[in-house]
Design a protein. Structure first.
Lengths: 291, 440
């Protein structure tokens, strides 16, 4: 076995299938996307090379920056919601009754498909017959908001189902990380007279800092390329009020038949994601704690 | 030593990848004959058994008949629902692998495919076949023509009406409005009594555009929107601004369901089907729900009537028999098809048989003329087929006529118009700019 693993040729052979798949499915399409971005192409006929025109238009495109801003807002909102998940996980991990049951409840939204969730929330947000507005009317609100139809609140209303959808995912990972904190440390702290808040803040959190960092990156990058529920619930509307980068790319490429420009947006999205990931890693780079 | 190996590895990867890619491109279009020596025609359509059962069965029966008559032909179908179909067709087109026969929409949709040299002209199919030559309702086939050649044969024709709930109208002593002033009065009475006057799925854009298109037709005359597309009139014509203004006046009166700009057409339809809205401006593809569909209660069907969109006092479009409508899907034959001759023959056959079967079996109004005297039809069909023969004009939907980019912009802006996020002036100006850019 040792012999086999030291043979570079064999190693190459073992790595090759995965490498080819990744190249074919991820890296080559990325390069192609950048290349299509240089074309004037409707997706059907012949391509025409137009140099950097698409990218120049992209930089000047107000709608693109507006959708980028919306994506960043979603990223911010998702990051803030991580605090909530963390607190929930801390409570769940502190051996309260029914923690197992609650964990399963939080996980359920993750098991539903995005389209099903979209249909569900479309009914909840319905201005006349929806759950929210029915409740508001019962409590005496005369003119409840029309939610997804109001360009001022549509985007923020959308944040809630999106955050709700992924709650289970974050909670389960935080929970697992917290369960990995050695019991001895906590017991020692208890003997020293630390309160449970102190234990959480001074011992548990520093120990799972690495996980938190990864989750922040996942939340922000996931938000930047988010598409599903926005497409199902508002399609980016009304009047681009809830447009994010991915939905804007979709509408340019697939609805307007503007494949070249759509590809340029896709490439811009990639670059923004890379920059953001790099920035977050810079901001969060601190030494990991070990006791 | 190690470096050499890395280089070798990279080269081998590149070779493998190019092999794999080469494999992709050559494997797809080689099979012409099936195992038993029959010629295979690939046919892609958008009526799945689940959601469009009636249409699915008709097509299946026609294929069965055709295969019986032509022993050497085998027709393979691939069926997708309409949205997936649109996407897949695009992807297939970009890799030049269209099916031998497929479905297409008219005007703006078909043009890029024709410009890309993907479709075969079908004029010979029509001209050679005496059954088809005069079979189409005038003007419909032309919607699939680019530069004088027809690239698609239409199967459906839809025109739009205001469908209304007779019971609700009776409850508030309302008459069917003939003019827009009367219509506004109807709206006011309904709104004052807390009834949703009309439901509209403005999120999707196109259902909301029906209102705009009809008002433009009634105020600016029946040809105005078509003229705009062809550069003979301007989008910022005062008549069109007025039409957009009237849409917003209706919104201000509470003329539409609340939060319409977040409702899809299906959501909006729900209000009408559940009798929570009095009126629904939609096209004749909804007719089965009001007549023959076994899924809808007879009680509801009995309550539904229809009226033509009212005329506008002082408007140029004085003829109430001018409709907004358009062809639905049609059939195309791929230019690169290896069985083009056989495919064309089948397309002709399918269009003819479809015209004979679709009204009775699926409740679809075909693009070919129908002899109602021989058929047993629900009264609403007979009335509408009669209307169709008396129609003075059918304006094809603005979003169907325009290019995909303008069409998409139009949908966005109509949604915004209904949500009052833009003024009528802005609404026309943005479209005028986009059109001017294209017509240059």
């Amino acid at each position: 076995m040792k012999n086999v693993m030291s043979n570079k040729f064999v190693i190459t052979l073992y790595v090759l299938p995965a490498l080819i798949l990744i190249l074919l499915l991820i890296y080559i399409p990325i390069v192609l996307t950048g290349y299509y971005g240089l074309m004037d192409w409707n997706g059907i006929g012949k391509m025409k090379f137009i140099g950097l025109d698409n990218y120049i238009e992209l930089v000047k495109d107000k709608l693109f920056w507006q959708s980028t801003w919306h994506s960043l807002l979603l990223g911010l909102f998702s990051t803030v919601s991580l605090v909530g998940y963390l607190i929930l996980s801390l409570i769940l991990a502190s051996k309260i009754k029914g923690a197992n049951f609650l964990r399963k409840i939080y996980l359920i939204p993750m098991l539903l498909s995005s389209v099903a969730i979209g249909q569900l929330w479309a009914k909840i947000f319905d201005p006349t017959n929806g759950m929210i507005n029915r409740l508001l009317i019962i409590f005496g609100v005369d003119n409840p908001p029309v939610w997804l139809a109001d360009s001022k609140i549509a985007l923020y209303a959308l944040f809630f189902p999106i955050v709700w959808q992924y709650a289970g995912f974050y909670i389960i990972i935080f929970y697992a990380a917290l369960k990995n904190v050695p019991e001895e440390l906590i017991e020692a702290a208890k003997i020293d007279g630390a309160t449970s808040i102190q234990i959480a803040y001074k011992i548990k959190l520093p120990l799972i800092a690495g996980v938190i960092k990864v989750m922040v990156i996942l939340a922000i990058v996931g938000s930047l390329k988010y598409f599903d529920l926005i497409f199902v619930l508002t399609g980016g509307g009304p009047n681009h009020a809830s447009e994010v980068m991915a939905s804007y790319m979709y509408s340019e490429a697939f609805s307007k038949y503007n494949f070249g420009y759509g590809s340029a947006i896709g490439f811009g999205l990639l670059i923004i994601c890379l920059v953001m990931t790099w920035l977050i890693q810079k901001l969060l780079s601190s030494k990991e704690v070990e006791f | 030593m190690f470096k050499k190996k890395t280089v070798a590895m990279i080269i081998s990867v590149i070779m493998l990848v190019s092999l794999a890619l080469a494999g992709c491109s050559s494997s797809s279009s080689t099979e012409e004959k099936s195992a038993d020596g029959k010629k295979v025609i690939k046919f892609m359509h958008l009526w799945p058994e689940g959601s469009s059962n009636a249409q699915f069965s008709i097509v299946k029966d026609i294929i069965g008949e055709y295969e019986k008559e032509h022993k050497d032909i085998k027709i393979e179908t691939e069926i997708l629902n309409p949205d997936q179909y649109r996407e897949k067709l695009k992807v297939l087109a970009s890799s030049n692998e269209l099916p031998d026969i497929g479905m297409t929409w008219s005007d703006g949709f078909i043009k890029p495919y024709v410009d890309g040299g993907m479709l075969a002209p079908l004029d010979d199919v029509v001209n050679k076949n005496p059954d088809l030559k005069d079979a189409f309702i005038p003007g419909v086939k032309e919607s699939y023509a680019v530069d004088g050649k027809t690239y698609g044969l239409p199967l459906e024709l839809n025109i739009s009406y205001v469908f209304y709930n007779k019971e609700i109208f009776k409850k508030y002593n309302l008459e069917v409005p003939k003019t827009f002033e009367e219509y506004k009065k109807v709206v006011k009475t309904l709104a004052d009594n807390g009834v949703v006057p009309a439901t509209v799925g403005a999120k999707d854009g196109w259902p909301a555009s029906f209102w705009f298109m009809y008002l433009a037709d009634r105020i600016g005359g029946p040809t105005i929107l078509t003229d705009v597309i062809h550069g003979k009139a301007k989008m910022d014509d005062p008549a069109i601004v007025k039409a957009a203004q009237e849409v917003q006046n209706l919104v201000d009166m509470g003329g539409f369901v609340k939060g319409a700009s977040a409702l899809s057409n299906d959501d909006a339809k729900g209000y009408f089907m559940n009798e929570k809205a009095a009126m629904f401006l939609t096209a004749t593809w909804e007719l089965p729900n009001y007549t023959t569909s076994p899924d809808v209660k007879q009680e509801f069907k009995d309550k539904i009537g229809y009226f033509k969109f009212p005329t506008y006092e002082g408007g140029k479009g004085t003829d109430i028999n001018s409709y907004v409508g358009g062809p639905g899907v049609g059939l195309f034959v791929a230019k690169d098809s290896k069985v083009q001759k056989e495919a064309k023959d089948f397309v002709g056959y399918l269009v003819k048989r479809w015209g004979e079967k679709s009204v009775t079996d699926a409740g679809v109004i075909p693009a070919t003329k129908v002899d109602t005297s021989k058929l047993k039809l629900a009264p609403m069909y007979i009335d509408i087929l009669k209307d169709l023969s008396e129609a003075s004009n059918v304006t094809t939907y603005f979003d169907t006529q325009s290019s995909p980019a303008v069409s998409e912009l139009h949908h966005d802006l109509v949604t915004a118009l209904f949500g009052k996020q833009i003024t009528p002036k802005d609404f026309v100006k943005q479209q005028a700019d986009a059109l001017a850019k294209e017509q240059k």
